[in-house]
Ligand binder design. Structure first.
Ligand code: ATP
Ligand code: MG
Length: 565
């Protein structure tokens, strides 16, 4: 399905998941809708998870049901409290509420253990002493059946004894596993006597050292769903082949409910990696400053970059829910961010790469305040006063000594409008010993105050500026894609595709003084530049801004440099 089709489907409020749920309710197969979002706390959430969060919490709300937040904390060697806390913060920030339904697979360890004994008692599970490498070899391949383990026909009594001793800590890691007894010749590899429990002498963030055997994802997941009364267990496509096992376990256990699993496509984005394994490497190997580095596709990174949660929800809505995997253009995400910020962000003036401009006919020592509109998209946002004076700074890019024909900004002899201020004409260029332009000498027309000429004459360019006397220095961080190709890793290690220039720091920027006292970390629009938000690295006397997103689509092929800003 193309992105547009998907958006159309989602706009109609419908996709195959919602159709299934509506059908189940209509036919009485379900009386209520209970979903869950089940992260493993082994990393921070990324924008792919946002798709699963919006879908699970979204359908629960739409159908009057509920959605649980459940930590799939079955592998204590990789899981940490830091991740648990971050995940809760991120889901809340995205705008969702699990109410009293915060759950952990580890809450069910005792019940899961009892069910494992139940399977053993019925001859549906056995303890296998085969070393891990041989276990793998015995599974066979996609084209060859597996082989039965020599331990497969142990009696229930012997299995029970061994399993209890596994729990009691009598054996080292890897010495034994508990396996379901299904079919080593099954076409579906997941049914070839899958492992249900492994020995892991590791401390767990919640259960401490109480356990030294831990259930596998497959054994924990469906049973946790059943315990919680989950009706629709939505996961991503890679679990499709696990569904027969999910169903087998539900059928062979005295569970209190019969949840069903449905699979949807993962979100993949161009120029982005969305796997916690890869993101962990970026953090641990120091390619980014941390999980919340604004270049990261994590929710923490996007938040720090200034992306509003509404924009993420809107993007996810446009992507829609489909059954086939696809790669979404990151430009689609950027557009959602831009649209939300265009409506919401107050406008401010900031000069990223300053060039001094002196108005020779503006009296020395004089200054005034001009009125500027806060947000043309929002009449309620009102206006503010911005200081003006004889010495200003403009953007270096807004002046060319020898402009091409279609450059409408400032140039020698050229008149332009200073936004909200006056028309100015450039009379002279001052250069340093190296021949670099260091200052422009200009004259202004006092009759054009506010930006219009009483004689009706027009100028083609309007440029932004800040007044030298009151401008405040700021550091500006510009973020570029972390990867140099749309499909990082397609030809090998994704690390080889890292963009060495993904962070650009401008240390000499100047911003209008009103931005100093601003208490809000919410993004503002720097006129003609893009959306920026204050970074938490800011401190009294030190302003740091992150560029959330530029004003235009920088992914579109650079247009033949005809268009002018
Ligand atoms: P990763 O590969 O990034 O480690 P995961 O699937 O192992 O992801 P989990 O913490 O197990 O991460 O994921 C929790 C839920 O989020 C699962 O239901 C999973 O299917 C879903 N999810 C993870 N990544 C994506 C994605 N890119 N698009 C949609 N849903 C996703
Ligand atoms: Mg997972």
């Amino acid at each position: 399905m193309s992105a547009v089709d998907a958006a159309a489907t989602a706009e109609g409020g419908r996709d195959f998941i919602r159709d299934i749920i509506a059908g189940d309710l209509a036919a009485g197969r379900a009386r209520e809708v209970v979903t869950r979002f089940p992260p493993e706390p082994n990393g921070y959430l990324h924008i792919g998870h946002a798709k699963a969060i919006c879908l699970n919490f979204g359908v629960a709300a739409e159908f009057g049901g509920r959605c649980h937040l459940r930590f799939d904390d079955t592998n204590p060697t990789r899981e940490e409290q830091e991740y648990i806390d971050a995940i809760e913060d991120d889901v809340r920030w995205l705008g969702f509420d699990w109410g009293t339904h915060l759950h952990h697979a580890s809450d069910y360890f005792e019940q899961l253990y009892d069910w494992a004994e139940h399977l053993i008692g019925n001859g549906h599970a056995y303890v296998d002493d085969t070393p891990p490498a041989e276990l793998r070899a015995m599974r066979g391949t996609l084209t060859e059946p597996g082989h039965n383990s020599p331990y497969r026909d142990r009696s229930p009594a012997e299995n029970l004894d061994l399993f209890r001793r596994m729990r009691a800590g009598e054996f080292p890691n890897g010495a034994r596993v508990l396996r379901a007894k299904i079919d080593m010749a099954a076409g579906n590899m997941n049914l070839r006597d899958p492992v249900l429990y492994r020995i892991l002498h590791a401390s767990h963030p919640r259960t401490g050292t109480k356990w030294c055997i831990y259930p596998t994802y497959d054994f924990a997941h469906g049973q946790s769903d059943a315990i919680e009364g989950v009706t629709h267990s939505i996961c991503t496509l890679e679990f499709e082949d696990h569904r027969p096992l999910y169903d087998w376990l539900i059928e062979h256990l005295p569970v209190p409910a019969r949840p069903r699993q449905y699979e949807m496509a993962r979100l993949n984005l161009t120029y982005t990696v969305l796997s916690k394994r890869f993101l962990t490497r970026l953090v641990q190997e120091g390619h980014v400053a941390g999980w919340d580095d604004p270049r990261m596709p994590t929710l923490a990174g996007l938040r720090r970059r200034g992306v509003p949660p509404e924009a993420i929800r809107e993007f996810v809505r446009r992507v829609g829910v489909a059954r086939a995997n696809s790669l979404v253009d990151v430009a689609m995400f950027d557009n959602a961010v831009r649209e939300v910020l265009n409506r919401a962000a107050p406008r401010r003036m900031a000069v990223l790469r300053p060039l001094k401009l002196v108005i020779e006919n503006y009296p020395e020592g004089q200054s005034e305040e001009l009125e500027a509109i806060n947000n043309p998209e929002d009449p309620n946002a009102g206006t503010r006063r911005i200081p003006f004076g004889r010495e200003l700074y403009i953007e270096r890019d807004d002046f060319l000594e020898d402009p091409p024909k279609n450059f409408y900004r400032l140039a020698p002899g050229r008149e332009v409008r200073l936004r909200y201020a006056y028309f100015v004409t450039c009379d002279r260029v001052v250069k340093n010993a190296d021949g670099e332009i260091v200052e422009l000498r200009c004259t202004y027309d006092p009759a054009t105050r506010g930006g219009n000429a009483p004689d009706g004459r027009k100028v083609r360019g309007t440029i932004h500026w800040v007044a030298a006397a009151s401008a405040v220095p700021a550091e500006i961080r510009l973020y570029h894609p972390l990867f140099t190709r749309p499909d990082p890793g397609a030809d090998g290690d994704f690390m080889d595709d890292l963009n060495p220039d993904s962070l650009e720091i401008l240390s000499g920027a100047l911003v209008e003084p009103g931005l100093v006292g601003a208490n809000e970390p919410a993004p503002v629009q720097f006129e003609r530049q893009g959306y920026f938000c204050r970074d938490p690295d800011s401190a009294p006397g030190r302003l740091v801004f992150n560029r959330t997103i530029g004003l235009r689509d920088s992914w579109a092929k650079p247009r033949a440099r005809s268009a002018d800003g």
